[in-house]
Design a protein around this ligand. Sequence first.
Ligand code: GDP
Ligand code: ZN
Length: 355
Amino acid sequence: MILEQFGWSTVWQNAFLPFEGKGYLPARIVREHRGGYAVITEYGERLAGVSGHFRHNTLERRSFPAVGDWVVLEVPDEVSKCSVREVLPRFSSFVRKAAGTSRDDQVLAANIDTVFLVSGLDHDYNPRRIERYLTLAYESGVDPVILLNKADIAEDLEGAFLETESIAYGVPILAVSATNSLGLEKLWEYLKPGTTGALLGSSGVGKSSLVNALLKSEELKTGPVREHDSHGRHTTTHRQLISLPNNSVLIDTPGMRELQLLGDESTLLSSFSEIVELAGMCRFNDCSHTVEVGCAVQAAIGSGTLDTERYESYLRQLKELKHQKVEQDIRLKLQEKRRWKAIHKSMKHHHKSKR
Ligand code: GDP
Ligand code: ZN
């Protein structure tokens, strides 16, 4: 049965019981796109919207279907678009929080057992970022596993491993390589049949490569059976929910990718260490280094020990990073706007007073 390849189990069968025998089909959301969803049913992949009944009864955005959800599908006939009537209760979800009330929170992916926090052991490796990802995983009620990818080109694999261990006590850490399939047997142990994993990690760490390596490594063992659907077409690549050959599932959605931290302050800290050091001497802990009394950064600019250009570049990069974070957390948006207005104002003032 196709659905078993996508995580269908007796648990979901029981959840679906109240809808059994009424002409509905159980289905899982495999992709989200503008104005609808792609779902997998026992008859293969179909397109779906939400039913009028669903729309009428659903007030919160977070109750709308997301990749990974199991749903109750109304199927009018062979050719027309199906519609989602109900979303079966989720056991876990990754949520993007919205401004103000939780009413507008958006679920990015649902029913995930394990989240793989992927880092690349090249320039990408950053323990602070791994800490942030761990927080996200715990908030979502999902077990984390840390993947240190690109182990084949790591300069200090053991060092990175030990450092990761020190910030992620008790969390499984696997050194892997998508390129030469190193460590994939270990990874399969966390991809048990019937379970769903999700990939989280910056762009370029090798998430797609890992999916391909997993598809290929099993294909070698089991034969290239499962990469094609009943029509013999290649379907795995464009899905955001991918069925692996051992009946486990991996989710790799753009939404999850947006949750990535595109950069973070710690990278800034290392490239502007003298400013960070100065900042530690400001009178106020929350000093914005613009207008405050007792600001050591402003004092250094005044005395000429800190270069204005360097200070401005710091502010620019800080702004960029904040901007990326703000995109992820809309709640900060207004607050940040006000703050940057003040900074720009003071920078203008600063330039004027220099002339
Ligand atoms: P994604 O953005 O996370 O999906 O990353 P990709 O899978 O597109 O990989 C980004 C780049 O890293 C590509 O050029 C890959 O060939 C390379 N890459 C991925 N995994 C590995 C690995 O294990 N070792 C090495 N050396 N390169 C890798
Ligand atoms: Zn300051």
